[in-house]
Design a protein around this ligand. Structure first.
Ligand code: ACO
Ligand code: ZN
Length: 466
């Protein structure tokens, strides 16, 4: 599938202007915008080209006739209710179905002048955004009364699975005792992004999800981060003042890997609590179904940097529990949006397995995986396993593959099953690897990502001190 250019939004640096990086442009890369239901977002040209569309100019009548619950422009009561389903003109200039998540009054405007926070039901939540009324096709408003009644009912009768799903998006620990109504309230609270943009180093980045910053930051739509200590501020002048006195030029902690301009730092959450917390606040802006732990003591953070004469600039990171009973070798992984699709994600994944090999353990990433997380892991697992299968002439078992790669047997099995390379014979799984089929899958698995040069890794597994 053709990939739209992703660098369109990253312009040449000027000293006064940070480089703008909007995920919407990245969404032009079709697969990236896949929703939970697997529907791909249309390619877009990049940039913020929204022009409002104008409900009146939209096709109406016959084409839309028969749409369930349609009430028509005349009957659409303004302001629209939260929960309303309607078609919305996206930045690709096409109409897409949305659900209204929230609404807010436009200051100094008429009594019915609202803007609406919408979720594009075909796409991932990171595309949720505030839109103007003109972008909504009021001819397509669906009568939604039944659904709202249903919503109320489900809020009181949540299944354990639903409760767990909400727990996963929950941002504080100790919420297990919350009743269904409080959980619902919480879900409502995290539905709307609180921080729209951040400035970090030379980039201005649009955020993807809600992150539970301390309440005093919630009235700022943009936050300014020091790219080295990750302290965040509400105003640019505060950041400038901070940069004059901040003496960090790289993440606090030990440099455990250096190859060319790439360095990896290991930061102990116990020794660098504030840094660990800042990193979590930052990361949550791009991670949806993850819990934000304030208890960073229990984690190590592996921060990948591109280094130059101005310092070591964070590209991404992964966190790892110091002790995991579930054999997790990675808790959260993030490549900052301006650096995505350059192979850093696979580098971080490969790095996490190199650490596991040094520990003499198998590992697996903490679940749930995000859509992009699953794509990256599947790509990594496929490449690593098929490379071995190609070279290995004799039969090889899943256990042997696991020993060689530190990939957990379940992940090996599911990867090979998804590639249709496993048969169940005489009560056991057998790998059936025709060289031609392997080549085809390898080609489809994409690029290998940046290589980890193990000879440059100087690291000993974590040991509790004292
Ligand atoms: N569209 C389509 N495929 C994609 C996309 C995308 N936007 N992003 C990644 N992929 C797939 C591709 O197969 C890609 O390989 P390719 O470029 O060779 O085709 C592969 O994943 C990995 O690409 P990388 O360049 O190595 O990875 P990247 O640096 O972009 O990082 C990551 C991947 C970390 C998942 C990034 O997308 C990210 O930070 N996302 C937001 C946070 C997140 O979802 N993290 C995972 C949560 S799960 C967990 O933490 C355990
Ligand atoms: Zn600083």
């Amino acid at each position: 599938m053709a990939r739209a250019p992703r660098t369109a939004a990253i312009r040449t640096r000027t000293d006064t202007q940070p480089l703008r990086f909007s995920p919407a442009v990245q969404m032009g890369s079709i697969e990236g915008a896949k929703a939970e239901n697997g529907v791909a977002a249309p390619a877009c040209n990049g940039g913020d080209q929204r022009n409002g569309g104008g409900g009146g100019a939209l096709p109406d009548g016959e084409a839309e006739a028969g749409r369930r619950g349609k009430v028509g422009a005349a009957a659409a009561v303004l302001p629209l209710e939260v929960g309303t389903r309607v078609m919305c003109r996206w930045r690709d200039q096409k109409l897409h179905p949305v659900k209204v998540i929230e609404r807010r009054k436009i200051p100094n405007a008429g009594p019915n002048d609202y803007e609406y926070y919408v979720h594009y039901t075909e796409f991932n939540r990171r595309l949720d955004e505030w839109v103007k009324l003109e972008q909504l096709d009021l001819d397509t408003v669906e009568a939604d009364i039944d659904e709202k009644v249903e919503d109320k009912a489900t809020s009181l009768k949540m299944t354990r699975h639903q409760k767990r799903k909400i727990d996963e998006t929950h941002v504080e620990k100790g919420h297990e005792e919350l009743d269904a109504a409080s959980l619902r309230e919480h879900e409502e609270f995290t539905k709307v992004k609180n921080i729209a943009k951040i400035e970090l180093g030379r980039y201005e980045i649009d955020t993807w999800y809600f992150s539970p910053f301390p309440p005093e930051y919630n009235d700022s739509s943009k936050l300014y981060f020091c790219e080295f200590c990750l302290n965040f501020m509400k105003r640019k002048e505060q950041l400038q003042r901070h940069m004059r006195k901040c003496d960090l030029k790289h993440p606090p902690g030990d440099e455990i890997y250096r190859s060319g301009t790439l360095s990896m730092f290991e930061v102990d959450g116990k020794k660098n609590k504030v840094y660990g917390q800042n990193l979590c606040y930052l990361a949550k802006l791009f991670l949806d179904h993850k819990t934000l732990y304030y208890d960073v003591d229990l984690f190590l953070f592996y921060v990948l940097c591109e280094c130059d004469d101005r310092g070591c600039h964070m590209v991404g990171y992964f966190s790892k529990e110091k002790h995991s009973e579930e054999s997790y070798n990675l808790a959260c992984i993030l490549t900052l949006p301006p650096y995505q699709r350059k192979g850093y994600g696979k580098f971080l994944i490969a790095f996490s397995y190199e650490l596991s090999k040094k520990e003499g353990k198998v590992g697996t990433p903490e679940r749930p995986l995000s859509d992009l997380g699953l794509l990256s892991y599947r790509g990594y697992w496929t490449r690593v396993l098929l490379d071995i299968l190609k070279k290995h002439k004799s039969n090889i078992s899943i256990k042997e593959l696991s020993d060689m790669t530190a990939i957990k047997a379940d992940d090996i099995l599911s990867t090979l099953q998804s590639l249709d390379l496993i048969q169940y014979r005489k009560g056991q799984h057998v790998i059936c690897a025709d060289p031609k089929v392997l080549d085809r899958h390898l080609k489809a698995a994409g690029r290998g990502g940046l290589e980890v040069d193990v000879s440059k890794l100087i690291w000993t597994p974590y040991k509790e001190q004292g």
